[in-house]
Design a binder for this molecule. Structure first.
Ligand code: SF4
Ligand code: SF4
Length: 343
């Protein structure tokens, strides 16, 4: 049985002050001295107000510095259109949202991948942001809430989907190619110039050669008219969750990771959207563990218990036990947990 340390919800400063104690419990042989330490959180989409307040990630950066490490806030760009689609705007938004206390590193800048071998049922290789290669250790600082495609957005999704490159994000959502919408296309040719596989020709509108397309998703990012879409359909919610878990498995297999889950501001949708819906329950607190599977199972259980029924099924009609169950099945940890309450 894995230990999950729990500090109940309190005033924000009191929870911030609890982080060094939680860190000491889970750090074990997690040695940060002299290393660049990746801090993976979520900066919140423009307009979102329920993302994790930066005070928590700031304190974790302070803890890392106290132990002689160099914290860096890491992310990858998004697949969908928004302020976090491109590196420059993404960094600007992070700073505007208060994440200005450590360098912000967008790991898939320029669409570059780090291909990591995988033995899951969906992928033989995963595509993480290329700059992730620079880190040996990582702290996942995760806001737990619902999610429209995965049902639950916790630590596995923060790492798996969050640190997938744009091409990786596309293949987690669907094993198909982008969709070109001729009605929106202005035939400007920007996508064709940017396509690394020469898979696009401009006729009356952009036409993609599926046989040449390598699924890099660059065209989705560069089209100024929103004429290249993401094929959301064709993949079940169960498959998306399993793919996210395979990505998280691949990344944490290369980068030793410890985890903080924040069960605060729990909304039906995630921080990737401006309106993530109303906060649906009282704040629960902070969970911390070195076993991501136990941590995720405990987080889901505590949210459902606080809500009085299955919060995730009610919010998005998705069974989210898939995530910890599949993560356990592929060897990421154990679902059985013991909660250790911290004063
Ligand atoms: S996904 Fe990449 S390879 Fe495929 S058409 Fe778009 S830019 Fe070209
Ligand atoms: S960038 Fe967009 S609008 Fe321009 S040709 Fe490509 S699909 Fe059409």
């Amino acid at each position: 049985m894995s230990k999950v340390y729990f500090f109940p919800a309190d005033a924000q400063q009191s929870m911030v002050n609890a982080l060094p104690k939680l860190y000491d419990k889970i750090a074990g042989d997690f040695a940060v001295h002299g290393k660049r330490v990746a801090i993976k959180t979520h900066f919140g989409e423009k307009g979102n107000t329920t993302f994790l307040p930066p005070a928590f990630a700031k304190k974790i950066c302070d803890i890392v510095r106290t132990h002689g490490g160099e914290p860096e806030l890491i992310e990858c760009n998004t697949l969908y259109r928004g302020e976090r689609l491109r590196t420059e705007n993404h960094i600007k938004l992070a700073k505007a949202h208060g994440f200005d206390f450590a360098p912000v590193v967008i790991c898939d800048d320029g669409g570059k991948n780090w291909n990591i071998a995988s033995e899951g049922k969906h992928f033989k290789s995963i595509k993480a942001g290329a700059k992730l290669k620079d880190y040996e250790i990582m702290i996942a600082v995760t806001h737990c809430k619902g999610h429209i495609a995965a049902g639950y957005g916790g630590a596995l999704k923060n790492i798996g989907m969050g640190l997938g490159s744009r091409a990786g994000k596309l293949e987690m959502h669907a094993k198909v190619k982008p969709i070109f919408e001729s009605a929106k296309c202005k035939a400007c040719g920007i996508c064709a110039s940017a396509c690394p596989a020469n898979a696009i020709v401009i006729e009356k509108y952009a036409v993609m050669d599926k046989a040449k397309c390598i699924g890099c998703a660059t065209c989705i990012a560069v089209c100024p008219y929103g004429a290249v879409g993401i094929p959301w359909s064709g993949t079940t919610h169960e498959e998306i969750q399993e793919r996210i878990v395979e990505y998280a498995h691949g990344i944490t297999g290369k980068i030793k990771t410890i985890y903080f889950n924040f069960l605060l501001n729990i909304t039906p949708q995630c921080d990737c959207v401006a309106d993530s819906g109303p906060v649906k329950m009282q704040d629960i607190g902070i969970l911390a563990s070195d076993d991501v599977v136990a941590l995720e199972q405990a987080s889901i259980d505590m949210i459902n218990k606080a809500y009085g029924k299955d919060f995730f099924k009610e919010s998005n009609r998705i069974e989210v036990s898939v995530q910890p169950a599949y993560a356990e099945a592929i060897g990421m940890g154990k679902r059985a947990y013991e909660i250790v309450k911290m004063a």
